[in-house]
Design a protein around this ligand. Structure first.
Ligand SMILES: *Cc1c(COP(=O)(O)O)cnc(C)c1O
Length: 361
């Protein structure tokens, strides 16, 4: 059997080295005679593991001391509700940039708790999708925060430049590009990310919140989503997803071994350049996102006709290239090339794409 490369958007592949380590210590973790999964979250062994994972994440992202790191349940969408509930006391409304299906999902959920205003949306520039510049004067007078999605997983749109929302807390859904490159955390009020793209298994979410924003929750906020309570209990108010937290910790260690985020960003840029290069030099394929906003994590592309889609997918599967079907609302293909995807996977994909185009043009 040839190598399998999994391009699934999420839950996504994890680094092979992480899976092998988890397998090796699956039933006997650090000579405890038990799986991590079977340890009390109150045991000193588990607490040490949890703290180490947090510290590794802090090191990777250079998270300043005035930011709390929470390991939450409920994935990315859990935070679609938690953010408006926790920042509710700051204003009657919130401001949103709509760039695709995930930012829209966040805006629609926030609408349940406050007035969720759309301050800007994607535009078409030279026939391609682009994101307008955001400036502080677009923000509402009674706004509690500004929210955007730094990488639209479905649409393949990434925003590299951090939007300027003036003094308002900047909230970012980084579910699908967190840890793919260095970021300046100090520009943000809240960063959140569902784990299943670049961190670990689904269900877990990482929330990085500036400490002056902990105390604005609406009284009805469920206790397990309440940032201040989460922080007070070191993310263990209720039993955390212990095994997912452990796996996330292994991924953080793996990233450190790769040389951290500057090093991984270099490889990510190389992978994306290779794949977009193949799309651009092969007229058979097209991508509809403006080059300034092309995602380095989720590469969307179309074939010349939808009739060819099924053959492309079947042959790709046979070649070991899995889960390339685009999201149903966008159509076409999507190759998710998160941190865990090795360069060889992208080379195999571009070889296949060139060959398929030659045979079907
Ligand atoms: C996957 C994803 C989500 C949703 O995550 P769930 O864990 O399924 O709730 C939210 N935002 C973005 C950008 C995503 O990629």
């Amino acid at each position: 059997m040839s190598e399998i490369y999994n391009f699934c958007a999420g839950p996504a592949m994890l680094p092979a080295a992480v899976m092998q380590k988890a397998q090796a210590e699956f039933i006997n973790w650090q000579e405890t005679g038990r799986s991590v999964m079977e340890l009390s979250h109150r045991s000193k062994e588990y607490i040490a593991l949890a703290k180490e994972a947090e510290q590794d994440l802090r090191d990777l992202l250079s998270i300043p001391d005035n930011y709390k790191v929470l390991f939450a349940q409920g994935g990315g969408r859990g935070q679609f509700s938690a953010v408006p509930m926790n920042l509710h006391g700051r204003g009657k409304s919130a401001d949103f940039l709509l760039t695709g299906s995930w930012s829209k999902g966040a805006q629609q959920e926030a609408e349940k708790f406050l007035s969720a205003n759309i301050v800007s949306e994607v535009v078409t520039k030279d026939g391609l999708t682009a994101v307008p510049k955001i400036s502080a004067d677009m923000m509402g007078a009674d706004s509690a925060y500004f929210h955007y999605c730094s990488n639209e997983t479905v649409d393949g749109i990434e925003i590299d430049e951090v939007p300027d929302c003036g003094d308002l807390p900047l909230v970012a859904d980084m579910s699908s590009n967190i840890l793919s490159k260095p970021i300046d955390v100090s520009k943000f009020g809240v960063i959140y990310a569902g784990a299943q793209k670049n961190i670990g298994p689904s269900g877990l979410a990482v929330v990085i919140v500036r400490d002056d924003l902990l105390d604005f929750a609406m009284p009805e906020t469920p206790t397990f989503l309440h940032y201040q309570t989460m922080d007070k209990f070191d993310s263990m108010y209720n039993t955390p997803p212990t095994y997912s937290w452990y796996l996330a910790g292994l991924v953080f260690k793996w990233l450190k071994e790769q040389g951290g985020l500057t090093a991984i960003a270099k490889i990510n840029a190389q992978k994306a350049a290779l794949l977009y290069g193949c799309i651009d030099d092969t007229p058979f394929y097209s991508n509809k996102v403006h080059p300034d906003f092309r995602s380095k994590m989720n590469v969307t592309f179309h074939l010349p006709s939808t009739e060819l889609d099924a053959a492309f997918l079947t042959e790709a599967e046979e070649f070991g290239l899995k889960a390339l079907k685009g999201h149903r609302i966008v159509g076409g293909m999507r190759a998710s090339i998160y941190n865990a995807m090795p360069l060889e996977g992208v080379i195999a994909l571009t070889d296949f794409m060139r060959d398929f185009a030659r045979r079907n043009s």
